[in-house]
Design a protein around this ligand. Structure first.
Ligand code: BGC
Length: 380
C-alpha cells in the first residue's frame, strides 16, 4: 500500500498521458505534513517548507508551497468534467531551487518586474539592488520573496495565509516590510490572492504572482493556440533591456492589440520592433479598468475549452509568453519546460515605476497599508 507521501510522489513523477490528465492529490496528504521524502518537505535556513492543498466544493484543488509562496498546481474541470492541472510547476522544492530564475508560481517581491540598472532614489537617498537580469534588477534581486520560506497558516480548507517579514535593507530596499499574502480557492472556481504590506520606513512595493499557466494542462504543448483578450488600449513599450521607455502607446494596429480575442501565436513572430525586443510578448499592458467588476484579461485553452478570467485591482498586466523557457527544467509530470509551453499574466504596477514618476506610484510610507487583490477565475 502506498503511503500518503508515496502517492504524492507517484502523482508528480509520472509523465502524464497527454490527453487524459487525471492526476489528483490524495486527500490523505492534504492538510498534514508530507514525509521527508515527498520533495516538498525541506529545511532552508532553519525554516520548514511544506505543501498545502486547498479544495473547493466543486473538487477544484490548489497546491501551494510556503517556499516562495508558490502555486504548484491547480486542478480545474474541463468541458468533459476532467480535472486538468493548468499551472506549470515543479515536483519538489529542489526543482524550484534549480529553476530559480524562472520564478515558477512564485510570489514576487519586494518589487515585481524590472528596476532599471538596479537603482532608484527615494526621499533624496540612493538605493541599489542586485542586477538579477543584467543590466537591470528583476523580481526582487538576488534572493527575492520567491526564495524565502514564508510562515504559513491554514485558515480553513479553502484559505492559506502566508506571512513574511523583509528586513530593513534586505536586497537593498529600505524599511522593514511586513507582508501577508492570502490564497483563497473560492466556490466559484477562482483563486483569489490578497496582498497586504506595511513598512516602518518609506519604501517601494510591487507584489505579484508569477504562475505559469497552460490551459490545456501542464505538458500539453505550447500555448500558441490559446486565445487571449486583454482590456487594454495602451501598453508601455520597452527598450532593448525590457525597461519601459516611459511612453504609453496605443495597441491599435500592433501585435499588442488583444482588445478582441486573438491567438497568442497570431502575431508573436511579427517583424515588429517591440516583439523582437521581448522575443515575443513580455510587456506591460495599461489596463483600461481595474477592480473586480470586469475581467482585465480572458484566456482560453484550445484543447480543453478552459477559460481563465483575470481580475485585478492593479493598473498593469505583464503578459509574458514564456519566451525564455528553453526546456532546461523537468516539470512535475516529467515534461520539459519547452519554449512557450506556458504564459504568465502578472498583475502589477508598471515596471521601473520607482524611476518613472509619471507612472502610478509604488511608494509605501509608514502608516499606510498596501492592499491589492487579484483573482484567476476558471470557467468552461
Ligand atoms: C519577465 C520575463 C522573465 C520572466 C521570468 C517575467 O516577469 O517579464 O522577462 O523572463 O519573468 O523571469
Amino acid at each position: 500500500m502506498l503511503t500518503a507521501g508515496a502517492a504524492m510522489l507517484v502523482a508528480f513523477s509520472q509523465p502524464a498521458n497527454k490527453t487524459t490528465i487525471t492526476t489528483s492529490i490524495k486527500d490523505s496528504v492534504i492538510y498534514g505534513k508530507l514525509p521527508a521524502d515527498s520533495g516538498f518537505e525541506k529545511t532552508i535556513k532553519g525554516k520548514q517548507t511544506h505543501l498545502f492543498v486547498l479544495k473547493n466544493k466543486n473538487g477544484m484543488e490548489a497546491a501551494i508551497t510556503n517556499y516562495g509562496g508558490r502555486l504548484v498546481s491547480l486542478l480545474v474541470p474541463d468541458r468533459a468534467g476532467k480535472m486538468i492541472d493548468v499551472v506549470v510547476g515543479c515536483g519538489s522544492i529542489d526543482g524550484y531551487i534549480k529553476a530559480g530564475s524562472s520564478y515558477y508560481g512564485a510570489t514576487i517581491g519586494r518589487y515585481g518586474n524590472r528596476i532599471a540598472k538596479g537603482h532608484f532614489t527615494l526621499d533624496g537617498k540612493d538605493y541599489s539592488m542586485f542586477l538579477s537580469n543584467r543590466p537591470n534588477s528583476l523580481h526582487g534581486g538576488k534572493e527575492g520573496f520567491d526564495r524565502k520560506v514564508w510562515d504559513a497558516k491554514k485558515i480553513d480548507n479553502q484559505t492559506l495565509e502566508l506571512t513574511y517579514v523583509s528586513k530593513d535593507m534586505e536586497e537593498g530596499y529600505p524599511g522593514t516590510l511586513s507582508v501577508k499574502v492570502v490564497y483563497k480557492l473560492t466556490n466559484n472556481n477562482a483563486v483569489k490572492i490578497s496582498y497586504q504590506a506595511t513598512t516602518d520606513k518609506t519604501t517601494v512595493v510591487n507584489l505579484t504572482n508569477h504562475s505559469y499557466f497552460n490551459l490545456n494542462g501542464e505538458g500539453n504543448g505550447t500555448i500558441l493556440n490559446h486565445t487571449v483578450q486583454i482590456d487594454a488600449d495602451n501598453y508601455t513599450p520597452v527598450d532593448g533591456t525590457l525597461i519601459p521607455t516611459g511612453k504609453i502607446e496605443p495597441v491599435k494596429g500592433t501585435p499588442f492589440d488583444f482588445t478582441t480575442a486573438t491567438t497568442i501565436g497570431a502575431h508573436i513572430n511579427d517583424a515588429n520592433e517591440q516583439i523582437k525586443k521581448g522575443g515575443g510578448y513580455d510587456h506591460n499592458f495599461v489596463l483600461n479598468k481595474h477592480g473586480f467588476t470586469t475581467p482585465v484579461a480572458t484566456v482560453k485553452g484550445d484543447k480543453t475549452g478552459i477559460v481563465m478570467k483575470v481580475y485585478t485591482e492593479e493598473p498593469g498586466l505583464q503578459f509574458y509568453s514564456g519566451n525564455f523557457m528553453g526546456g532546461a527544467n523537468t516539470m512535475k509530470y516529467g515534461d520539459r519546460d519547452g519554449h512557450r509551453t506556458a504564459f504568465a499574466m502578472e498583475t502589477q504596477h508598471f515596471p521601473d515605476s520607482p524611476n518613472q514618476p509619471q507612472f502610478p506610484t509604488t511608494t509605501l510610507k509608514p502608516g499606510q497599508t498596501y492592499r491589492t487583490q487579484t483573482m484567476y477565475k476558471f470557467e468552461k
